[in-house]
Design a binder for this molecule. Sequence first.
Ligand code: G3P
Ligand code: CA
Length: 299
Amino acid sequence: MRPHALLPLLGLVLGAALPAQPLVIAHRGDSWRAPEHTIAAWRLALASGADVLEQDLQLTSDGRLLVLHDETGERTLRGADCGGAVRDRPLAHWQRCDAGRWFNERHPDRADPAYTTERLVALEAVLAAFPTARFYIETKAPESAPGMEDSLVAVLTRARLRTRDAVRLVRVRLQSFSEASLKRLRQLAPELPRIQLLDRGAIPAPTATDTLPAAQALDRIASYAQGIGPSRLDVTPALVAMAHARCLVVHPYTVNESAEMERLLEAGVDGMFSDRPDVLRHAVAGRPSPALPAHCAGR
Ligand code: G3P
Ligand code: CA
């Protein structure tokens, strides 16, 4: 890697060139007020003051990257043949499905007739729709979608999100529950920051008498990633301190209650995923972004 390519990565880790507050990461957009992973949800998120927009990826039968959380359409899609496995049909099929009606049915208090016009979006279309936004992109179930990482990096390259300026501005962060997927992304696009998502309980809780299991897990992650995304339920001040000592930022998921946001901010997290970016924006107001130790500079 060229030396200049390291500087923006440092910016991510230290929070430089970002708002001087913990990150407001809109989980699937403003998915409290609009159907998740739709243009409406991402627009609302930005209007609410989100710093970063999240996307989950699924690979279609014709090798396109569709932004959708689930591996099937059953929960969030309506229309003919819209309930099956994403990998069995091409992008054009999925884009005929209604991506908003389910939200109106499930949340009548937040319903909007306009949501029934929302359609699923290919990753490149999301990137083009928000030309100055920051994105936090997850390779979802990559073990059953061979080639997902290669397709993702190709899309990012075409969208000019791997240029020196884009990296300096931290336009893209990559995330996955899959260590193998993150390591593949490191091979393909080493300049882009990677965050290891962690299932509930994946990191043993550090205690006053035993920090070794957590230390070993974090040491391993620090060898290929720049951050962790733990379940909010696993976050303690001790875990955050141990992550920071290893130059890992901490972005827990998914935090929708003000009291829990406050608890996590007190624990020292660097930002968090929330369905309610408007609520989180209020919670982080006036809170300085945590700084990593000096030895993280240049990492
Ligand atoms: O990516 C952070 C968080 O979104 C992980 O959980 O299931 O909502 O993708 P999930
Ligand atoms: Ca996700």
